[in-house]
Design a protein around this ligand. Structure first.
Ligand SMILES: Cc1cc2nc3c(=O)[nH]c(=O)nc-3n(C[C@H](O)[C@H](O)[C@H](O)COP(=O)(O)O)c2cc1C
Length: 211
């Protein structure tokens, strides 16, 4: 009788150990599935293994400073959108209704020419687009830029600097010039935006950047 009791006890312990082991296996499988799904999500956003570009226009240096900090943090290549005809101080006078900048912003068809071009645009999966706010919108030279390249399949991340205006509808208006691009929400910075603020924004994008 004592013998039978020992055998039954051993069987019960064995069953208990089996149940624990199979429970552990299940948890491992669930974890693996979660990791694979997270990987899939990042494939669907910007991390396709391609390169990152920061393309920007800056008339007085504020947007340039932000663009360069983004470049340092992400390891992106940088392209400055340089006007074929440089803007003079008088051109940028927003107090003058007839200044070049004001006239261009009031002209739907204005497409100021760009000096130079990006030869290898197809290599970039992610493109930051930087510009100053002019009369609440992106300068028209940004429209020239957006219409010069095929953004289909790329992730586009707009950012701007301004005196006080928000990014407003400026990014949406450029988005309407592209097809098939994945536009992320844009960000406005003040002229003197610091590295911490810029890096915090980059982190919040949830994008990993391939150099
Ligand atoms: C023609 C012109 C229009 C501007 N319009 C606005 C505006 O509507 N709202 C605003 O907050 N700042 C405006 N600004 C200020 C610029 O957005 C701001 O100084 C910006 O940081 C300049 O960037 P940059 O140095 O890269 O050119 C304007 C500046 C210029 C030259």
């Amino acid at each position: 009788m004592k013998h039978l009791y020992l055998v039954l006890s051993a069987l019960l312990i064995a069953c208990f150990l089996c149940a624990c082991a199979s429970g552990g296996d299940k948890e491992t499988v669930q974890n693996t599935t979660a990791v694979q799904e997270a990987d899939k999500t990042s494939e669907n956003t910007a991390d396709k293994g391609g390169k990152t570009l920061v393309a920007y226009f800056s008339a007085t240096g504020n947007t340039k400073a932000v663009a360069e900090k983004i470049g340092e943090t992400t390891g992106a290549d940088i392209f400055e959108i340089v006007p074929a005809v440089p803007y003079t101080e008088a051109d940028l006078n927003y107090g003058d209704d007839n200044s070049r900048a004001t006239a261009e912003q009031n002209d739907d068809s204005a497409r100021p020419e760009i000096s130079g071009a990006i030869e290898n645009m197809e290599e970039y999966d992610t493109v930051f687009i930087g510009y100053p706010i002019w009369w609440g919108q992106a300068p028209k030279i940004m429209y020239t830029f957006m219409e010069s390249y095929d953004f289909n399949g790329k992730t586009v991340i707009p950012f701007c600097t301004s005196g006080s205006s928000p990014i407003g509808s400026s990014a949406e208006n450029m988005q309407s010039l592209t097809t098939g691009a994945n536009w992320l929400e844009g960000q406005r910075f003040s002229g003197g935006a610091g590295e911490d603020e810029i890096n915090e924004w980059i982190d919040s994008l949830g994008v990993s950047f391939a150099e």
